[in-house]
Design a binder for this molecule. Structure first.
Ligand SMILES: Cc1ncc(COP(=O)(O)O)c(C=O)c1O
Length: 436
């Protein structure tokens, strides 16, 4: 096999044979654009994988990481520390919801989710509520690919191949109701009562067995499902009533996707725990984390039954390069007013997306913040095939789209401008004309 053969890399979440027969290769990136191996500029309509929020190769982040690697390549955070991760935590404490002031770091969103679930269980035990072990997710939820994440997650293909998963997990109903909510902007009108599905599970299992509920503020990877108006507040109230922790998985929503630092701020609902990743470093260096409210941290630290209060951590928790990238990304978001641009562009993006109504194959269009989902009708017996064809054709015409089943998900970097939004939807409309 030649060393540059494509065969040896087993690509994630990819039809390997299909890709390797006709590869889409990216060789560099700057701002809103990738460069393909055949020298074309490719407009990034997806911020990579919902993560390059500051745009590619932001000079501030590149410089910070370059300097960091020359100064401190690695230092452990078990029993030792280095300043950047403490500084990052101080910065995040100021930016995140009021009571969430303690930060644990991971390398990815999946690890953030599994860490959050473990923290929730350990906290319940620490405060004498050791029977609270059940974890509740939501149908259609995506919480990464760790065993914890796929157990509380609700996407069938991500679960069905991998055995019996975690025990003691249950799911509330998803919120998608296309008969009542279609072609929507922002939170949807119908379905607040779906939060009461948590009461059903409390009646079934009893609150004394339930540790935590985890939801994405809007479901992203399943195809963008904005929550019903009032739904998250009602979920919060039911969790309070039954002494259940509420975890928001903000791996996609934190760092400006909704024009705010967190979805918690956007929806005005404070959870007990937030998981985050992606936009934290604008994806320049992998990093995720868990924000916990003061009560959780204090309970565990003040009442530990051994010198170490949390037997959990990763070699690269708070890696110096990731911490430097995150600090620089926070600076870039602030100095370049990127969240404001995201707010300003969100209406334009929504208009451009909804203008596709009437094009071939359109089933539904949903928008929220700087996100638009264009759902296509599936081909008979071949779910996802039509969107895959659209994605490939758009690539050939210079636009990178993200697909989830038959949904085209638009989530550009927060620096996007109107011309670029026009371009991504012109290309999509053009492609839909010839898609069978
Ligand atoms: C809500 C949510 N949680 C967790 C993850 C997993 O993150 P990662 O791919 O960094 O493990 C994702 C990734 O898209 C996500 O959208």
């Amino acid at each position: 096999m030649r060393p540059n053969d494509l065969e040896n890399f087993w690509m994630p979440f990819t039809a390997n044979k299909d890709f390797k027969a006709d590869p889409r290769m990216i060789v560099s990136a700057e701002g809103m654009y990738y460069k393909s191996s055949d020298g074309r500029d490719i407009l990034d309509a997806t911020a990579g994988l919902w993560c390059v929020n500051a745009g590619h190769a932001h000079p501030k982040i590149v410089e910070a990481v370059s300097n960091a690697v020359k100064t401190l390549d690695f230092a452990p955070t078990f029993h030792f520390g280095h300043p950047a991760t403490f500084e990052l935590s101080n910065r995040l404490a100021l930016a995140f919801p009021k009571n969430l002031n303690h930060f644990f770091y991971t390398n990815s969103g999946s690890e953030a989710v599994d860490s959050a679930l473990k923290i929730a269980l350990a906290y319940q035990r620490s405060r004498g509520k050791g029977t609270k072990t059940r974890l509740i997710g939501r149908e259609r939820g995506y919480h990464g690919v760790g065993f914890g994440g796929i157990s509380v997650g609700g996407i069938v293909k991500n679960r069905m191949y991998f055995g019996s998963l975690l025990t003691g997990v249950d799911h509330i109903a998803h919120t998608h109701n296309p008969a009542k909510n279609s072609f929507t902007r922002g939170e949807v009108e119908h379905g607040v009562e779906l939060a009461d599905d948590l009461e059903r599970l409390v009646a079934l299992h009893d609150a004394s067995s339930i540790a935590a509920v985890i939801v994405e503020p809007f479901a992203g990877s399943t195809g963008v499902l904005p929550p019903p108006k009032g739904y998250l507040k009602r979920l919060r109230a039911i969790c309070d009533k039954h002494d259940i922790l509420l975890i928001f998985d903000e791996v996609i929503t934190a760092f400006g996707r909704l024009g705010t630092m967190t979805a918690s701020e956007y929806f005005d609902v404070e959870p007990d725990i937030i998981t985050f990743a992606k936009g934290l470093t604008s994806a320049v260096v992998p990093m995720g984390g868990v924000a916990v409210k003061d009560e959780i941290y204090n309970q565990m630290v003040d009442n530990a039954d051994s010198p170490i209060e949390l037997f959990h951590g990763y070699t690269y928790s708070g890696h110096p390069l990731a911490s430097a990238a995150a600090l620089a990304a926070l600076d870039a978001y602030q100095e370049d007013d990127m969240f404001k641009n995201a707010q300003e562009m969100s209406g334009y993006l929504a208009d451009a997306a909804h203008a596709l109504k009437g094009s071939n194959h359109i089933n539904d269009i949903r928008t929220i913040g700087l996100v638009a989902a264009v759902e296509l009708k599936s081909r008979d017996g071949a779910p996802g095939a039509r969107a895959m064809d659209v994605m490939k054709a758009a690539w050939n015409k210079g636009v990178m789209l993200r697909i989830a089943g038959d949904v085209l998900a638009f989530s550009p970097p927060l620096i996007v401008n109107k011309q670029q939004i026009d371009h991504m939807f012109e290309v999509t409309a053009d492609v839909l004309k010839t898609t069978t």
